[in-house]
Design a protein around this ligand. Structure first.
Ligand code: CU
Ligand code: ZN
Length: 141
């Protein structure tokens, strides 16, 4: 769902597959280009700017990085790339996040940002404002 004054909206599916969790996202209402894409700590999108979702989900006190990095926040999914129509697509199997304990993401939030995650700046990748926020729940099979 969009945060106040923004238009980002869409669906992110997480499913257990061999080797990890597959993340498939389609998010509309973005500017073309890369947008930081993370799992944030709390499943609370109630603040108009999405800050109620807290920081990146980071249960092991690691530095911020990209999804392929050895040391990263559990929530670091890198960027979602939006096409000329502003439709962002993401499809990746991640080996770090888990649907259930101990690195459970259910009950937390997924956030898409206004800017690109540079995968280096601490602690957020300098990805800017939060355009959309969604609480991760449990779907029908
Ligand atoms: Cu984020
Ligand atoms: Zn991070």
């Amino acid at each position: 769902h969009p945060t106040e004054g923004n238009k980002a909206h869409g669906v992110v599916h997480f499913s257990k597959v061999e080797g990890g969790v597959r993340i498939v996202a389609k998010i509309r209402g973005l500017k073309p280009g890369k947008h930081g894409f993370h799992i944030h700590e709390y499943g609370d999108c109630s603040a108009p700017d999405g800050t109620s979702a807290g920081g990146h989900y980071n249960p092991f006190g690691m530095p911020h990085a990209g999804p392929k990095a050895e040391k990263r926040h559990v929530g670091d999914l890198g960027n979602i790339l939006a096409d000329a129509e502003g439709i962002g697509s993401y499809d990746l199997v991640d080996r770090v996040i888990q649907l259930r304990c101990p690195q459970a993401i259910v009950g937390r939030a997924v956030i898409v940002h206004a800017g690109e995650d540079d995968l280096v700046s601490q602690p957020t990748g300098n990805a800017g404002a939060r355009l959309g926020c969604g609480v991760i729940g449990i779907d029908k099979e």
